[in-house]
Design a protein around this ligand. Structure first.
Ligand SMILES: NC(=O)c1ccc[n+]([C@@H]2O[C@H](COP(=O)([O-])OP(=O)(O)OC[C@H]3O[C@@H](n4cnc5c(N)ncnc54)[C@H](O)[C@@H]3O)[C@@H](O)[C@H]2O)c1
Length: 455
């Protein structure tokens, strides 16, 4: 057995990946990236100092992940909710960083190289544009934009101020998706016209019914600043904690989950453009709690070379997170953290069905000719039950850590980031197309010349 190839039982014992099917699959545990797996000492002059804006669920998760990235240090955190200043410090093991409600204080600090933006979507544009103008590099959470004009303004700011910007779709740095890309690029799938992906959940938390922290009120958080300039609203903790359900702040299933699926597909297939057209369907079937987005969403996207069908469902989780790339010569799937590639043999078979209506003489003549032109293949050459390949990341693998490590490495070295603002903008446009098609009940088309969505 080659290095890194284990049998199924060994992999399960290691806890690496959720393997479902049996069979004599060749299972390979992927090598982690060197960048963070073998941290080398970083000289103090090379340490990247960063501030974070938004230390809620994702902000704290990112802060925790940065603790595994060599050569980076969080020195300040901004959040409009005071309790989240404590959370940030706790994640950092009680480190006494500057905390503030006002993110501009972070931009004014000369010792801060980079800013992580982990606020709800409606705040991404202002913070990213201001951070770029202040000379900071930016890691902005997904979906990059809350609208197409927001995305255009962010792309423009990154270029104008010559900053490094990456978007928080961590699959783009994942060793599992890198393997999928390698298989795609090798051409082993043959022509692929169909890609499907899904992200299904069946819990209240999965449907963003997040608990309401009783400490949140107009004294402990800056409600007017949180709401932003778009709209005025009386204080409503449901909006604050479950903002993904509401159009002024989030983008529903498309912005929360389709964006990850789109990023994964774009990365694997080497696509860096928005889909040409989106047609959506779905509905709000269970979570009738005042939300503005559906709890089931399907979108069919047209790309120049393939069709992509995405689904997110809050009411059944059987499929979990799934990608399927269906090619003429093979199928590649990613289910959770397990990647499979299964070749399909050639399909040329003798016609024994559609010639049933022929006269026997004609049939025999046809079959004789066919046999002459198709000499028997060598034994095994046309096998359709070809052994599949299975790849899993090592136990405890985190693509979050890799994604942050890649970003900070680019900040330090000025090498291009793995997922830049153009990539993030294009995948976010896919989300906006999906929602536009759902709410207008019409096909939504991306007009690349005028850079607008048309219906
Ligand atoms: N990459 C991923 O896997 C992933 C996972 C979850 C969330 N996200 C993204 O991360 C972002 C944050 O999501 P979340 O679940 O952490 O939200 P959250 O509501 O838990 O936290 C957001 C925090 O931002 C703060 N905030 C809002 N506006 C601010 C401002 N102007 N200045 C300072 N602080 C401000 C809020 O007070 C809040 O504490 C979203 O864009 C979301 O889509 C990404």
């Amino acid at each position: 057995m080659k290095k890194n190839q284990l049998n199924r039982r060994e992999v399960i014992r290691m806890g690496a990946g959720a393997l479902v099917a049996a069979g004599a699959a060749k299972i390979t545990v992927l090598e982690p990236l060197k960048l963070w797996a073998s941290p080398r000492p970083v000289p103090p002059s090379d340490v990247v100092r960063f501030g974070i804006v938004g230390t809620g669920v994702e902000g704290c998760s990112l802060l925790k992940a940065t603790l595994s990235v060599p050569g980076v240090e969080c020195v300040a955190a901004a959040d409009l909710y005071d309790r989240r200043h404590e959370s940030a410090k706790e994640v950092l093991g009680g480190k006494d960083i500057e905390t503030t409600r006002n993110f501009v204080r972070l931009l004014d600090r000369k010792d801060i190289d980079a800013i992580i933006v982990a606020t709800p979507d409606h705040w991404h544009r202002k913070i990213v544009v201001d951070a770029c103008a202040a000379g900071k590099d930016v890691y902005c959470e997904k979906p990059m934009s809350h609208s197409v004009p927001d995305g255009l303004a962010m792309v423009d700011a990154v270029a104008r101020y010559k900053r490094m910007c990456t978007v928080g779709s961590q699959r783009v740095s994942s060793i599992l998706y890198a393997k999928a890309k390698e298989i795609w690029d090798s051409g082993r799938l043959g022509m692929v016209d169909t890609i499907q992906a899904a992200w299904d959940r069946n819990t209240d938390s999965g449907a963003w019914v997040y608990p309401i922290d009783p400490n949140a009120n107009v004294k402990t958080l800056d409600w007017n600043a949180w709401v932003g300039t778009k709209t005025e609203r009386p204080f409503d903790p449901v909006l604050f904690f479950r903002w993904r359900c509401f159009k002024d702040f989030g983008a529903g299933l498309a912005g929360d989950l389709f964006v990850h699926l789109l990023s994964g597909v774009h990365y694997v297939t080497g696509t860096n453009q928005p889909p040409d057209r989106a047609q959506s369907s779905g509905g709000l079937y269970f979570y009738k709690d005042g939300r503005e987005f559906p709890d089931l969403l399907w979108t069919m996207f047209d790309y120049p070379k393939f069709q992509l069908v995405l689904r997110c469902n809050h009411n059944n989780s059987e499929e979990g997170e799934f990608f399927g790339f269906y090619g003429k010569n093979g199928t590649m799937t990613i289910q959770g953290s397990t990647l499979r590639f299964k070749p399909q043999g050639p399909h040329e078979v003798v016609e024994d069905y559609s010639i049933l209506g022929w006269a026997k003489k004609d049939r025999d003549e046809y079959l004789a000719k066919w046999a002459k032109n198709h000499p028997k293949p060598a034994p095994g050459a046309w096998k359709t039950d070809v052994e599949e390949e299975v790849y899993v990341p090592p136990a405890g693998y985190s693509d979050h850590v890799d994604h942050l490590a890649n970003f900070f490495d680019s900040v330090r070295t000025r090498k291009p980031v793995v997922e830049n603002e153009i990539f993030g903008h294009n995948t976010a446009i896919g989300c906006h197309l999906s929602n536009t098609a759902y709410f207008t009940r019409k096909a939504a088309v991306w007009d690349a010349t005028s850079k607008v969505i048309k219906t």
